[in-house]
Design a protein around this ligand. Sequence first.
Ligand SMILES: C[S@@+](CC[C@H](N)C(=O)[O-])C[C@H]1O[C@@H](n2cnc3c(N)ncnc32)[C@H](O)[C@@H]1O
Length: 393
Amino acid sequence: MIKELNGIGLDVPDARRYLEVLSQAVQNIPFYPTALRRTVLDALDHAPPTETWTRQDTMRVLGFVDHGLIETLDREWHDYDRNEADRLFEYASSHRLFDSIKSAAVLGAGSCRLGDYLASLPLMDRVVCSDISWPALHFGRALIEANYAELPEILTKPRVFYHVEPQSTRLSRTTKESRFKPPLTPSERRKCIRYVVRDVFAGWVEPVLSELIVVPYLLDIFRATRAISLLLRICQRVRAGQQIVIIATCISEARAGPGRDPGLILDILDRCGFKVRFLDLTFLPYSFSYYSYGEVHTQWNTLVVRAERSADPGADIFIARSDRWHELEANRREKANPAGSVALDLVLGNLPRTESYRAFGARLIPQIGATEFENAIGELLAEGLVELRIGAS
Ligand SMILES: C[S@@+](CC[C@H](N)C(=O)[O-])C[C@H]1O[C@@H](n2cnc3c(N)ncnc32)[C@H](O)[C@@H]1O
C-alpha cells in the first residue's frame, strides 16, 4: 500500500488512484518542474494512469493544483510590501487567537504559511498541515525549509510591476527579483511539522488528536449545502475538550442556495455542542472574495471564531439525499461510483431520505466496515449527492 509520497503522508481512501490523477495533472499543467513529474511517476512505478480525468474530477481529487495554487502560494509567501498572510498573523497575535495551544491540526492548510506561523509560536510542539493537494503541501514545505530550488519557475523568475506616476499618462514598468518571506519556524523546530494529504470529506485512518483544529478559509471554496455539510463533517471529528478555529469569508445567499452566513456557522457550532471562546467579525484582505453581510462592505468580511466542543460529537447530525442525487441516479453506475467500490454501491443503495447519521452508520458499518463507510460517505458528500444537516427537517 502506498502510504506517502516524498515524505508527505497519503491518508486518502485510494492512494493509487490519487497518484494517478496527480500524475496526469502534473504532466499536463505547464509550470510543474520536471523533477517533480518524475517523483510522481516513480511512485507509480511508471505504470501510466489507466483513465483520463476531466478538470472537474481533478479538482475534486486534488484540490488546488493549477494556477489557483500559484495564487495562494504567492499570496501567502511572496515578500512584497503588505503581505496578506502577515496581516492575518498580526490579527491572530493581537487577539491572542492561538494562545496557550500546544498542538494544532490545520485542515485545508494550502501552502502552509499558517502552519509555519503556528509552529513558530513558543508553546507549540506539534503542527499537522493537511490538505487534499499534495503539490500545495510539497511547495509549502519547500518554503518552510527555505528550499527554493523545488519551486516552479513561475514563482521564482523576476516579476514585472507596473505603476503610473502622479499626473503621468505613461505606464512605468519595473522588473524585480522574486522574494519570499523567510520561514518563521527556526530550522531545529521544523521537524515538529507533519504534512499529510487528507480529504476533509473522506474517512481518515488517524484520528486528529491535536488540541486545536484550524480551518483557515477552507469553507471559502464551498457554498450552499456543501459548505454546511463540510462544517458538519468537520464538527463530527472534533471531540469533547478539543477546540476549533474557523476563519471564513462570509457571503450572502445566491441562486445556488445559502451563502456562508455567520449566523448559520455559529448556529451549527452551537447545535453541535461547541462553546464559543472568541468571536469577531473583521476585515481581513487575506480572503477569497470581498462580498460581505456588513452594511459597509469595507467594515468586515470575515468571521473568526474559536470554540471548544463540550458535548459528544454527532448526536444531532442527520444525513439525507440531495437534489443532485435524483439527477444522477439515472446514470449512477457511470457517474457516482468512479472508484467502483462495493461500499459506495451499498451506501447508495441504502441511502435514506433522512436518517440520523449514527443510525445510518449502525445499519451499514457491520456490513462494510467503519473506514469504508466513512470513505463512501465522504465521496458522496464531496460529489454533492448527500447532505448533512442538523435536525431532521
Ligand atoms: C481557499 S484555499 C485556503 C488555503 C489556505 N488555508 C489559505 O488560507 O491560503 C482552500 C484549500 O482547500 C484545499 N481543499 C479543497 N478541497 C479539499 C478537501 N476536500 N479536503 C481538504 N482540502 C481541500 C485546497 O487544495 C486549498 O489548498
